[in-house]
Design a protein around this ligand. Structure first.
Ligand code: C2E
Length: 351
């Protein structure tokens, strides 16, 4: 949570803010889940901030405010705070681990130095040995010192082993946090942030290797009507269904993402537009072939269809220009009756 909201929640207006959040959520017809509560606290705490403005816009529109909408808003506007909290926690553990390791190493160094002194003393004493008892005393002193240093070395070894394991665990945890920050929670596809990064990377690789990138944008037809008729929970299931088909067809090295509410996008590297069209038509046909059922009532929901647009990148073209052209092709699919795939190249030719 931002410092501004956190401070307000410890101030005199804290309870009024929390009450208002609940009342406003009820008025907007959303459940008071922890995520929605967090979003509304931000909204109330900073209505003119980027999240506040986007929420005002969404609430003023007739679009439904679904669990998916909340997830999208959180991914877009809240992740940094969450991510940095997690990273801070991991960082604190890592710091403790490192300082305890360096204490152990410093202690071991001191012990080694002391052992060196003991050896030097012993060697000096041996020079002066006159009686066998004196020799026994020197050897016994050396043996004690060696046992001590062996024990300390073995303790240090165990400590280093434990630290190595802890660092590996932290690394795995950080990797999970990074994956979560890049994943759309509803559909498990990449989120917009991850997609934007991948697109940038794909463009750089294409420029360096003189290779191709194709971008496809897919949108569920009449999704709003579907949501209004069957409710948001069923709408979310439809998003999951469409995403599951897209994910199956657009497996790595293709990159599939949920780009916005009911909009998805796929990056195809080094594939001809003909291959991309085949893949998109497969997705389109597979999605449209199944009649869905409403889980709560078993009502027949019928089939959903998707429209798609694709564009092949021109050498040196930016990701956003490529996205605009793919969007333009998607628009043509919608205009020509939906449940279609359109190649931007044909749009340009027709224009
Ligand atoms: P989910 O409900 O978590 O289901 C995950 C997967 O479990 C499904 O992947 C499917 O392979 C299997 N599965 C779940 N329920 C059934 C079932 O009643 N019969 C059969 N044969 N398999 C089942 P799939 O098909 O890719 O669907 C992914 C997600 O799409 C589902 O997640 C659900 O959220 C949504 N979905 C798919 N079909 C329908 C449907 O007919 N109605 C609704 N409301 N949602 C659906």
């Amino acid at each position: 949570m931002t410092t501004q909201v956190e401070t307000a929640l410890r101030g005199p207006e804290a309870f009024a803010m929390a009450r208002k959040a609940l009342i406003d959520m009820e008025a907007a017809g959303v459940w008071p889940t922890p995520l929605n509560f967090e979003l509304w606290l931000h909204y109330i705490g900073d209505p003119e901030g980027p999240l506040g403005k986007e929420m005002s816009r969404l609430l003023a529109s007739s679009d439904p405010f679904t669990e998916g909408t909340s997830e999208m808003l959180a991914a877009e506007y809240l992740p940094r705070g969450r991510l940095s909290d997690e990273i801070r926690d991991v960082g604190a553990v890592l710091n403790r681990e490192l300082s305890s390791m360096s204490d152990a190493i410093a202690h071991a160094k001191k012990s080694q130095a002391a052992y060196g002194v003991t050896l030097a003393d012993a060697s000096a004493s041996i020079e002066k040995v006159a009686q066998p008892e004196d020799l026994r005393e020197v050897v016994s002193g050396l043996s004690d010192a060696t046992t001590r240093i062996q024990k300390e070395n073995s303790a240090l070894e165990s400590r280093l082993d434990a630290s190595t394991k802890e660092v590996a665990r932290l690394r795995e945890h950080l990797e999970q946090v990074r994956r979560d920050a890049m994943t759309d929670a509803l559909t498990n596809l990449a989120n917009r942030k991850a997609f934007d990064e991948e697109l940038l990377r794909a463009c750089e690789v294409a420029d360096a290797n003189k290779s191709t990138v194709c971008l496809a944008v897919l949108d569920i037809d009449h999704f709003k009507r579907f949501n209004d008729t069957w409710g948001h929970q069923t709408g979310d299931q439809v998003l999951r269904y469409v995403a599951s088909v897209i994910g199956r067809v657009a497996k790595s090295p293709r990159v599939a993402a949920r780009y916005g509410g009911e909009e998805f996008a796929i990056i195809f590297a080094n594939e001809s537009t003909a291959m991309v069209e085949v893949a998109l038509n497969r997705i389109r046909q597979e999605i449209g072939a199944r009649s869905l059922r409403r889980r709560s009532t078993n009502d027949d929901l019928g089939a959903v269809t998707i429209s798609a647009g694709l564009a092949q990148r021109h050498p040196g073209e930016s990701g956003s220009s490529l996205l605009d052209r793919a969007d333009g092709a998607l628009y043509v699919s919608k205009r020509n009756g939906r449940n279609l795939v359109t190649n931007a190249e044909n749009v340009a030719e027709a224009a």
